[in-house]
Design a protein around this ligand. Structure first.
Ligand SMILES: C[S@@+](CC[C@H](N)C(=O)[O-])C[C@H]1O[C@@H](n2cnc3c(N)ncnc32)[C@H](O)[C@@H]1O
Length: 229
C-alpha cells in the first residue's frame, strides 16, 4: 500500500492527475492480479444494481455510456438491460482487460479521455454512469470533471452518479476525495435535475457515506444521437 501511495503521490506532485491510473492497472497486470488495483472487485457496483432493481430500466432502443469503466462489470450490466453501450477508460490496460474478460460482449470498450472525448458523444447518451470518477480526481478539477460527465447526457437522458460522500470537507484526505452534498449539486449547475439521492451511512466507512444520485436532463426523450447507427 505504501508503494501504491508513493506512486500516486509522485504523479500528483508532478501535476499529473491522470497518469497514475494506467500505471496502477499496468502494475496489476504485471503482477497477474487485477484486485491489487484498490477499487477493482471484478463485480458490478452494488449501487448500480440497487438503482437497477429499484427502477427496472429498459434499455432497448436506448444508448448507454460508462465513464471510466475500469474492468467493465458495470458496462456489462447496462448491456444486459438492452442499452447499446459504450464504455471508456483512459487506461489502455484496463480496456484491454475488459475486452479479454468479455470477448463476446456487445459493449464497445474504448480508450478515451473524459476531458477530450469524441465530439459525437456530446449530449448523445440516454443513460450515463459515473461511478467513483469525480472523487478520483483532485478537488481543483471537481467542477470541470462534473461538467465533462454531464455533457454526455442527451435531452431526456439520465445520469447516475455513484461514489463516496462526506459531510464536512475537513473529514476527507485524498485520493480519493469524497464529495460533499454541495459538490454533488454541481451536476444541477450543468442543467441536470436531481430525481433522487440515496445515501448509506456505513459504520465501517464513517465519516464517509456511500451514495447514488440520479439526475435527468429535461428535454424530449429520444433526441439522442445513438452511437454507431
Ligand atoms: C476509481 S476508478 C473507478 C472505476 C469504476 N468506474 C468503478 O466504479 O470501479 C476511476 C476510473 O476512472 C478512470 N479515469 C480516470 N481519469 C480518467 C479520464 N480522464 N478519462 C477516462 N477515464 C478516466 C481510471 O482509469 C479508473 O478506471
Amino acid at each position: 500500500m505504501d508503494d501504491l501511495h508513493a506512486l500516486i503521490r509522485r504523479h500528483l506532485e508532478q501535476g499529473d492527475a491522470i497518469g497514475w491510473f494506467e500505471a496502477l492497472y499496468a502494475r496489476a497486470q504485471e503482477e497477474g492480479d487485477p484486485c491489487t488495483v484498490p477499487w477493482v472487485h471484478m463485480a458490478p457496483r452494488r449501487e448500480l444494481l440497487e438503482w437497477v432493481f429499484q427502477g427496472q430500466p429498459n434499455g432497448h432502443g436506448r444508448s448507454g455510456l460508462v465513464i471510466g469503466c475500469g474492468l467493465g462489470d458495470d458496462a456489462q450490466i447496462l448491456a444486459g438491460l438492452g442499452y447499446r453501450t459504450v464504455a471508456f477508460d483512459v487506461s489502455p490496460t484496463a480496456i484491454r482487460w475488459c475486452r479479454e474478460r468479455f470477448p463476446d460482449s456487445p459493449v464497445e470498450f474504448v480508450v478515451a479521455d473524459l476531458f477530450h472525448p469524441p465530439a459525437e458523444w456530446h449530449r448523445a447518451f440516454d443513460l450515463v454512469v459515473e461511478g467513483f470518477i469525480v472523487q478520483a480526481l483532485p478537488l481543483e478539477m471537481r467542477a470541470e470533471t462534473v461538467a465533462a460527465c454531464a455533457a454526455f447526457v442527451a435531452p431526456g437522458g439520465t445520469l447516475l452518479a455513484i461514489g463516496l460522500g462526506v459531510d464536512r470537507e475537513e473529514e476527507r484526505g485524498g485520493p480519493p476525495w469524497p464529495l460533499t452534498l454541495e459538490e454533488l449539486a454541481l451536476y444541477e449547475a450543468q442543467g441536470l435535475r436531481r430525481i433522487q439521492l440515496q445515501r448509506w451511512d456505513d459504520p465501517e466507512k464513517a465519516p464517509l457515506f456511500r451514495y447514488w444520485a440520479e439526475y435527468r436532463r429535461d428535454g424530449p426523450p429520444g433526441s439522442s444521437r445513438r452511437p454507431q447507427e
